[in-house]
Design a protein around this ligand. Structure first.
Ligand code: ZN
Length: 492
């Protein structure tokens, strides 16, 4: 099965096939590590995770590169304000970013590339651009890309750039829409700013040049796909294309994937609106990392997601259904044999699931047949009509679902623990939900009571409640061990 995905560049659905016949080479713009990531950032990283997992599920090898922007205008400004070197400033946020990716079960790309470790590659690219007349140096020692030298500029974002003023320049990394101007490739050193002494002068790279230099370093001059949030299409991605193709005269990335922004409660997320959330904010409110993952991936990447707390509760309930079903299958006793109706239902669900993913990564449509199957199989189990061969078929469908969605195994305790640790270090204990604190502060007697309740629930075959208790205890770092001699528990 071959995935088809909307390509911003071609304006149509295109098949995703490795052009070298070996691995699918993809680049995704990574974070600027100057603050904690918000859920809008993570929606993009999660949707790219869905892409790479779907490719792997359908048998395609992936080579995925992501950059870390660890030098730019904002980082220099914030590090200066904090009175620390930029490396010290960014290290903390880079660590937090990877912890957050782990919390959300986002797979690591095959290659992580830090901007500050590739300065020489960027310098070489500026030199090549200068050699073909696409870059020029200004009196202060900065280098700019000459937009007039690249007539295809605007082909990705389909912007009409007529009336663009030749030689008008912009030197900030991020700039407003429609202000297409010659942009900075290299910024001459300013007093007190971090800079590198190089063949093109003392200074630091602009933001756009890093992605061109590092993508081509690890993936070659022309590769399969480039991904990023929709806000990066212009000017960042347009600039990446101009910088790369001016030198190589080859298509930089053949396929461009853009993830749409999310709204929170129907409005644009912003600090001033009071609807701005980092991942850590949500974990401290007591929501589980798995529910946040599911909520952020269940709306397909090209659709606007309206993030709400009701949506998080829906995701929490959906995960409970998945986990309870999985547990029933793995812990139940089933007679040998197969039920033809259930075998057919499993096959149908699997086919519909894969077809939906293959159709522009439609995660919403991919989920639906799985939950239909769970309903059918639960009814069959209640009636004793699910047999051992059906259990295996159901588990195979769940494994295929989880290869992309990755929410069935309960790994929610660790992200919660990390978030609480962060709250303590950052002096944010006041932001921790009281219910979460209460659950964290369980006495031995309370744990004994819960463990006893779980044993009773299991005897009564109320696996949902038993699981719920086990999960709740796990979230508080309490591990239950079932053995022949009874149930034991310990604090992690
Ligand atoms: Zn980029």
């Amino acid at each position: 099965m071959t995935l088809r995905l909307f390509n911003t560049l071609s304006g149509q659905m295109d098949e995703l096939v490795p052009s070298d016949g070996k691995a699918f080479r993809m680049y995704a713009c990574g974070p600027t590590v100057y603050d904690y990531g918000h859920i809008g950032n993570f929606r993009t990283f999660l949707q790219v995770d869905v892409l790479r997992r779907a490719l792997k599920l359908t048998g395609t090898k992936v080579r995925h590169v992501m950059n870390i922007t660890d030098v730019d205008d904002k980082i220099i400004r914030n590090a200066t304000a904090a009175g620390v070197p930029i490396g010290q400033y960014t290290a903390r946020f880079e660590k937090a970013f990877f912890e957050d990716l782990d919390s959300l079960r986002v797979e690591r790309p095959e290659q992580i590339a830090r901007a500050t470790e590739h300065i020489q590659k960027m310098v070489e690219l500026v030199q090549k651009l200068a050699a073909v007349g696409a870059a020029y140096q200004t009196e202060d020692g900065s280098w700019y890309f000459r937009l007039a030298s690249f007539p295809q500029y605007g082909k990705l974002s389909k912007k009409d750039l007529s009336g663009m003023e030749d030689g008008a320049r912009v030197d900030v990394d991020e700039y407003e829409k429609d202000s297409a101007r010659d942009f900075a490739l290299w910024k001459a050193a300013k007093p007190g700013e971090t800079s590198w002494d190089t063949a093109i002068g003392r200074g630091r790279p602009g933001w756009h040049i890093e992605c061109s230099a590092m993508a081509m370093e690890y993936l070659g001059e022309s590769f399969d796909l480039h991904a990023g949030g929709e806000d990066l299409m212009f000017p960042h991605h347009e600039n990446e294309i101009a910088q790369s193709e001016s030198v190589t005269h080859k298509p930089f990335a053949r396929h461009w994937m853009h993830v749409r922004f999310l709204l929170v409660d129907g409005r644009k997320m912003s600090k001033s609106e009071g609807n701005f959330y980092t991942l850590r904010d949500l974990l401290l409110k007591g929501y589980k990392a798995s529910a946040i993952r599911l909520a952020l991936i269940s709306v397909p990447y090209r659709h606007q997601l309206n993030f709400t707390f009701d949506g998080l509760i829906e995701a929490t309930n959906a995960i409970d259904r998945l986990r309870t079903f999985h547990q029933r299958l793995t812990q139940g006793d089933f007679a040998a044999g197969e039920n033809p109706a259930l075998q057919a239902a499993a096959k149908k669900a699997q086919a519909e699931y894969l077809a939906a993913l293959a159709n522009d990564l439609n995660t919403a449509e991919a989920r639906a047949p799985i939950f239909d199957l769970i309903r059918t199989a639960n009814t069959a189990m209640d009636q004793g009509q699910l047999l051992a061969g059906d259990r295996d078929a159901m588990l195979a469908v769940l494994a295929s679902f989880d290869a992309v969605f990755d929410v069935i195994e309960d790994r929610d305790a660790e992200p919660t623990r990390r978030a609480l640790e962060y709250a303590e270090q950052a002096g944010r204990q006041a932001d921790v939900a009281p219910e979460l604190l209460a659950r964290q502060g369980l006495t031995d007697e309370a744990i004994d009571a819960l463990v006893a309740e779980r044993t009773t629930a299991k005897k009564q075959r109320n696996f949902a409640r038993a699981d719920q208790i086990r999960n709740e205890l796990a979230e508080k770092g309490i591990v239950i061990e079932d053995s022949k001699d009874g149930v034991r528990w310990k604090r992690k």
